[in-house]
Design a protein around this ligand. Structure first.
Ligand code: C2E
Ligand code: CA
Ligand code: CA
Length: 651
């Protein structure tokens, strides 16, 4: 049935611009493939009619006029053939479609005037043939131009009076029937053209929607939902493309940006505030993005940056300084005031590495180095970093192949009670003597073991040996043991550690687990759960290296900590720096208030010890009282303890 409202709507409606563009593009591609053929048919048609009327009509109508029509038809056919396989911009597509209106209507008009003029010169038989030829031509044109419904309908309507005139001219009952018939055909044709044009628009619309949906999905998959920045996947995809475009030329820098102190803010104020903080920092970073600079969120509080455009080392360090300065500006929300900072590590392409992954690895190493030595600053990957990375790789390989039971040993360093001047415990310190590399200090191999997933094995080996040694000591001598963040984060590793302690024969009350602040910062919830598991079985907890990290007092409040160990850097600076002295004094005061034990490590001189005793420190540890020793040397140290006890009693 004729859908009149839709018909009228389609006739009037203006499609939205993106759809309009897509429609223009689709219509044009149809025209490019159909119009040459249509013009060829029209030309053959013109030649046939010219021949039919050759002897009846004057040369102006059988030669000059058809030649002009043929010229126009052939030119247009070539024009459309030449447009095949060419990309046409939307503006040009629209202009070309307008030209189709002009040419098609012009051609149809000229054709009809010509056939009307010929009509006069023929007999009835020839005229009837002419009417049929023109009608068939009209149907072919309407269907070929169906998706350009305005033109198709216009040509149909234009040709209608011509047919009627021709039929009227022919006269007779037959002509009336044919006229009626033609009218019906014309209406049906108009309807078919309208419907097929509407179906064509619907099809294009559906295609456009599916393209838009795919674009939207792609955008979602490549965007970080919190900050709106490109995500890790998109970052690496763009970086790889940029490296390919760069070739061997160089001048591309990759950076990794990490917030300092974000996790404590997240722990303290909750995830909603944490998200706001991340958004704020992402917005600050986005200001640095531009044609040559891409910024992305790689995950957590880590952001990535890469800069093209041939800048040099000083340029990139300058950018790093600007980024760090922007990130240092304090954050103020309704009830939150946080002063965070960010560290940045950069690596150069192709100087430091040739592919995206290795570049990232090196920038990340520079960042890791910066976080340890130049927190809140930008660091460029150097040859020194490269050799350290290589050495770490060597350590990891040797550690993987190591016979830990044989190569790993434990030394013990005494902890002395300031009041009684007695050794109250020993801290177990891991020692590794690799047959390949030689003796490797724990500061080097523990981080490597942590990153290479070997730490649990190292911990179990060292703990078993330490517990075996402690079993031989008097009941009142404690054992302090360092646990890695990774140990506390893994519930499987925790279960194994607890099983080792339970089966060791050492009373859990003699054991103290040393945990660094970085562990708490990494994942407070996991760490807190692990600490409570230890406390439940009677093991004591010490907060190690206090002051070296974030020193958030909230951790001390929220966790069942028994002892705080002030980081040795403060002790080493205490004579030169009044600030270090003040910090030590206030931490000792804090421990006093919270009824916690306070220990100071790294005590090397009598002057340091005297001051610490004056401030009220409970326990001291350091080379002044004893270096780490093998388990075999401990009985001698403890005999010294007994002698001191005797002397103290006699005095
Ligand atoms: P830490 O827990 O702070 O251990 C104390 C470190 O300070 C030890 O270094 C010790 O030898 C050193 N030290 C003690 N007294 C003094 C002093 O008076 N002056 C100076 N300059 N240093 C002193 P070490 O044995 O090289 O251990 C370094 C770090 O390695 C430890 O720091 C600890 O974080 C880690 N570590 C050692 N053994 C283990 C272990 O079995 N497991 C884990 N997870 N980490 C361990
Ligand atoms: Ca320690
Ligand atoms: Ca320590």
């Amino acid at each position: 049935m004729l859908d009149l409202p839709a018909f009228l709507h389609l006739w009037r409606s203006e499609a939205p611009s993106r759809l309009q563009q897509e429609l223009d593009r689709a219509r044009l591609s149809q025209l490019v493939s159909h119009l040459p053929l249509l013009y060829v048919i029209l030309c053959l048609n013109v030649v046939t009619i010219a021949f039919m009327f050759a002897s009846a009509a004057p040369p102006a109508l059988t030669f000059a006029a058809p030649s002009l029509l043929l010229f126009a038809g052939v030119t247009r056919a070539f024009f459309w053939v030449s447009r095949r396989n060419k990309t046409i911009c939307p503006e040009k597509a629209s202009a070309m479609l307008h030209s189709v209106h002009f040419f098609a209507v012009g051609f149809a008009f000229a054709y009809m005037v010509w056939t009307l003029a010929l009509f006069r010169y023929s007999d009835t038989g020839l005229r009837t043939q002419l009417v049929y030829t023109v009608v068939i031509t009209n149907i072919v044109c309407s269907f070929t131009l169906a998706h350009l419904r305005r033109i198709a309908l216009l040509i149909s309507f234009m040709s209608m009076p011509v047919f009627l005139f021709m039929l009227g001219y022919l006269g007779g009952a037959d002509a009336k029937v044919i006229a009626l018939n033609l009218m019906m055909v014309a209406v049906f044709l108009a309807y078919m053209v309208t419907v097929s044009a509407r179906d064509f628009e619907k099809l294009v619309d559906a295609q456009l929607r599916s393209v838009e949906l795919a674009d939207e999905n792609r955008l979602l998959a490549n965007t970080d939902s919190l900050t709106g920045l490109p995500n890790r996947r998109e970052f690496f995809a763009r970086l790889e493309k940029a490296i390919d475009a760069e070739g061997e030329g160089g001048g591309l820098f990759v950076g990794v940006i990490d917030l300092d102190g974000f996790k404590p803010v997240n722990d303290l104020y909750g995830h909603a505030i944490g998200d706001r903080v991340l958004k704020e920092f992402a917005a600050r970073l986005e200001l640095f993005a531009g044609d040559a600079t891409t910024i992305a969120r790689l995950g957590g509080d880590e952001f990535g940056i890469f800069v093209r455009g041939g800048c040099d080392d000083p340029d990139i360090m300058n950018l790093g300084v600007q980024i760090c300065a922007a990130m240092k500006a304090p954050l103020k929300f309704a009830d939150v005031y946080a002063g965070l900072s960010a560290s940045v590590g950069f690596a150069r392409y192709p100087h430091d590495a040739m592919d995206a992954h290795r570049l990232y690895e090196r920038a990340d190493y520079a960042l890791y180095f910066g976080k340890q030595h130049q927190r809140g600053e930008a660091v460029l990957f150097s040859s020194d970093h490269e050799s350290k990375m290589l050495f770490n790789a060597r350590i990891e390989l040797a550690l993987r192949n190591a016979d830990l039971e044989k190569e790993m040993t434990v030394e013990f360093q005494p902890l002395m009670d300031v009041k009684t001047q007695q050794i109250v415990a020993f801290e177990a310190l891991a020692r590794w003597n690799s047959p390949e590399i030689g003796s490797v200090p724990p500061d080097l191999f523990i981080p490597v073991a942590e990153s290479g997933d070997l730490i649990h094995l190292v911990t179990r080996t060292v703990l078993r040996k330490a517990l075996a040694a402690a079993r031989e000591w008097p009941e009142d001598i404690g054992l302090s043991f360092n646990l890695s963040t990774r140990d506390l984060m893994s519930s499987y590793a925790m279960t194994q550690i607890i099983a080792l302690i339970e089966s060791s024969g050492v009373r859990p009350g003699r054991l103290e687990i040393e945990i660094t602040e970085t562990t708490l910062v990494a994942d407070f919830d996991h760490a807190s759960r692990a600490i409570r598991r230890f406390k439940k079985m009677g093991v004591n907890i010490a907060l190690d290296d206090f002051g070296a990290g974030y020193s958030s007092l909230s951790y001390v409040h929220r966790l069942p900590v028994d002892r705080i160990k002030i980081d040795r850097s403060f002790v080493q600076e205490m004579h030169a720096s009044p600030i270090a002295r003040d910090i030590i004094k206030s931490v000792i005061g804090l421990c006093d208030n919270l009824k916690l034990d306070c220990a100071t490590e790294g005590v090397e001189t009598v002057e340091q010890y005297d001051l610490l005793r004056k401030y009220g420190c409970d326990v001291v540890q350091g080379f002044l009282f004893g270096r780490p020793v093998s388990p075999e040397e401990i009985p001698d140290l403890l005999t010294g303890n007994a002698v001191a006890q005797d002397e103290a009693r006699r005095a």
